[in-house]
Design a binder for this molecule. Structure first.
Ligand code: NCD
Length: 307
């Protein structure tokens, strides 16, 4: 892969995706060794630039970069000059002087990572921009599903919840479909966009989605209240009753051997009940672990134009 930047899934072809997934495997094998590092990015500088709060994605990128032996700096956005009114453009000009080879960006505005990528020779990785894209999440999701279903073609994933505001829904559905997986959306009518591709079935009733679509995995999304100006449904309790994985639904899914996935952070009692986290086909912690390997693969595969 001779790309400078990693900004979305739409612009990747199937071969590039498979190459990134294959390349992540030896990185994952490394995690069970006593020495978990390889020298691939030794001497390279990786800068984390997160304009939105994040715990798992930021630390996952930090661990990934460190396991590749890069020097990692996390630019503390909330306490930086940004809060004093500095524009992203001026921040990047300042950061250029630090000679980063890779900049990992999360921003509330769709398209901001792409704008930064045009401004710098450093490789820019999109760690989530607005409701647009979250391509490394998509890659780790595809990797996690492929571990369970090495032939992904024809498998079925039901993405459930706040599709409308979710960059994860957009990127993960795109990668899965490029790999031949069938995707359907389920959620309240107000949160499942009507403009979604006509070949993605759209359900608003849980039982109907399960019986008609017959998913191999249910992928739960958090309700992104921070992206809603007004509530899109009456209450968390009602959402849980209509769409959440309750104890009873968990028993049904267990009977079918259905996997459960979630990008985190989870809201217990809303999209899932506590028992989901002890379910043997719940893949949430595998997703977190695989996130490091997938991000190592992305960092390793990019070609910064910095020297
Ligand atoms: C997601 C995100 O930030 O888009 N989380 C993540 O990256 N782990 C999903 C979410 O915030 O609900």
């Amino acid at each position: 892969m001779a790309r400078k930047d990693f900004l979305d899934i739409v612009s990747l072809d199937r071969e590039e995706i498979i190459q990134l997934l294959d390349q992540a495997e030896p990185f994952k094998d490394l995690f069970t060794r006593s020495v978990k590092k390889v020298p691939a990015l030794k001497g390279k500088a990786v800068l984390m630039l997160f304009y939105e709060p994040s715990t798992r994605t930021l630390s996952s990128f930090e661990v990934a970069a460190k396991r590749l032996s890069a020097d990692v700096t996390t630019f503390d956005v909330p306490s930086s000059s940004v809060t004093k009114g500095e524009s992203v453009r001026d921040t990047i000009d300042t950061l250029q002087a630090m000679r980063a080879d890779y900049i990992v960006v999360r921003h509330g505005l769709s398209g901001q990572p792409a704008a930064i990528a045009r401004q710098t020779g450093a490789s820019v990785i999109n760690a989530g921009d607005g409701a647009h894209a979250h391509p490394t999440q998509a890659l780790l999701d595809a990797f996690t599903l492929r571990e369970k279903f090495p032939e992904m073609e024809g498998k079925r994933v039901l993405i459930t919840g706040d599709i409308l505001h979710s960059r994860v829904a957009r990127s993960t559905s795109t990668i899965l479909r490029k790999l031949g997986v069938k995707v359907a959306f389920l959620g309240p009518g107000s949160l499942v966009p009507k403009t979604a591709s006509p070949d993605i079935p759209r359900f608003t009733n849980y039982d109907q989605a399960i019986s008609e679509f017959g998913p191999d995995a249910v992928y739960l999304l958090r309700i992104q209240k921070e992206r809603m100006a007004a509530p899109f449904f009456p209450s968390d309790r009602e959402y849980h009753n209509l769409y959440g994985i309750t104890d009873e639904r968990l028993r049904q899914l267990a009977g079918e051997g259905t996997y459960i996935m979630h990008p985190g952070p989870i809201n217990r009692g809303v999209e899932l009940c506590d028992a989901v986290l002890d379910y043997d086909r719940c893949l949430i912690s595998q997703q977190v672990e695989n996130g490091i390997a997938a991000r190592m693969s992305v960092l390793y595969g990019l070609k910064p134009q910095t020297s």
